[in-house]
Design a protein around this ligand. Structure first.
Ligand SMILES: C[S@@+](CC[C@H](N)C(=O)[O-])C[C@H]1O[C@@H](n2cnc3c(N)ncnc32)[C@H](O)[C@@H]1O
Length: 254
């Protein structure tokens, strides 16, 4: 059940993000802190689902959070462990697929950031993931995640983009099938070796879930939705509202 993609990207993931100036965790973090304040969520236990290289856990740690990081990519888990092992036991990293979570029901908050939910490509997978996340939360626990919305896929997931770094060149070729609500990004990574160039390739697939699909799946998993707000993830003029931040609370209908 290993998800496609993220065999090639982990080795350059952090360096790639910094070519945009800041990594996504740093961009989203003020919004997450704002959400904690808005709903009076105190620092406690948090599971970061699809944690990538563990950057969000490292930002949370000074605020008193105990974080369990979970990701399905062996490469991402390796990178997260490299960065986070020194912070044990406040931060731990586990290799798990969000569709088959094996977590004790002890968390007050679950996060799933940087459109990781869009990496689930069927409603069945979405239901499996939200069900597992709900079971991992205590009653009253919070689930906070962002998704790429339809406008984002239509606006950004097209054409080609090349990122030059002194160690590598990353070439992305993206498309969005509006009818199927599926997007693909073909990743080609060339390493600038001193003797020969090494080229690795993979495809990252994302699915655009509608608001209604996400709301229904959250309801079915026992969540009450407090808010689902579109936001601008980069301080770039004209890029408003490409992502949606969902804040839900486990109530089991009570
Ligand atoms: C765009 S990255 C985001 C990583 C991290 N949350 C961040 O903000 O940098 C998407 C992540 O989702 C993970 N992922 C994709 N499908 C998954 C699944 N089924 N279960 C767990 N992780 C998954 C990938 O391995 C990757 O680390």
């Amino acid at each position: 059940m290993t998800p496609a993609g993220y065999r090639v990207l982990p080795a350059i993931y952090d360096r790639w993000q910094l070519t945009y100036g800041k990594d996504y965790s740093s961009l989203i973090f003020p919004r997450l802190l704002q959400t904690f304040r808005r709903y009076a969520i105190a620092a406690s236990t948090l599971v970061d689902i699809a944690c990538g290289t563990g950057s969000l856990a490292l930002l949370l740690r000074p605020y008193g959070w105990h974080v369990m990081c979970v990701d399905a990519s062996a490469g991402m888990v390796r990178e997260a462990r490299k960065k986070c092992t020194i912070h044990r036991p406040q931060i731990t990293v586990s290799h798990q697929d969000m569709r088959q979570l094996r977590l004790r029901p002890r968390y007050n908050v679950a996060t799933c950031m940087f459109d990781s939910v869009n990496h689930l490509t069927t409603l069945r997978d979405l239901r499996a993931a939200f069900g597992g996340i709900s079971r991992a939360l205590k009653h009253g626990g919070w689930f906070i995640f962002d998704v790429n919305n339809d406008l984002c896929f239509r606006t950004l997931w097209k054409g080609t983009q090349t990122v030059e770094h002194r160690a590598f060149t990353l070439h992305l070729e993206s498309d969005y099938n509006i009818r199927e609500r599926r997007a693909h990004s073909r990743v080609k990574l060339s390493w600038q070796g001193s003797h020969r160039r090494r080229v690795q390739e993979e495809v990252v697939t994302e699915r655009c879930f509608s608001r209604a699909e996400l709301k229904r799946t959250l309801d079915a998993a026992g969540f009450y939705v407090h808010s689902a707000e579109d936001f601008n993830f980069a301080d770039v003029p004209g890029m408003a509202g490409l992502k949606t931040l969902w804040v839900a609370q486990k109530t089991n209908g009570r």
